[in-house]
Design a protein around this ligand. Sequence first.
Ligand code: DQA
Length: 148
Amino acid sequence: MARVLLLNGPNLNLLGTREPAVYGTETLESIEKRAAAAAREAGLELIAYQSNAEHELIERIQRAAAEGVGFVIFNPGAFTHTSIALRDALLGTHLPFIELHLSNTQAREPFRRHSYFSDIAVGVIAGFGAFGYELAVRAAAQRLARGA
Ligand code: DQA
């Protein structure tokens, strides 16, 4: 069974109460459960991990490569706009990934328009709220079915 790593970056542990007008009212736990159900339906195993620390996310990506994860779904949070180190972790492990955002980052403050990930991602999903996680799982399944 193909393995997919769902990675969430800083402050996404606060989903449910964090700026609900921007990010919705669903908790990360509930989003992860629905993503895991969508993965099961698609015949995938989903591993979910969240951290507020850049180095922990880097270490999780490096470990994923060694564990045979075939695809990553990544919401890097604010690290989207700052982290060359996370970009390098993904490049260094050659893991294909989808960049995912709850909000449409292109329609917000100018500093959110630049991403260190979009040009090396398989694709980007943004602006669909929690539903984006299910879309990402389905897109990952489609990619894995044709060899990622
Ligand atoms: C986010 C968008 C980022 O700009 C922000 O810093 C986040 C969440 C999103 O999911 O919309 O933390 O990645």
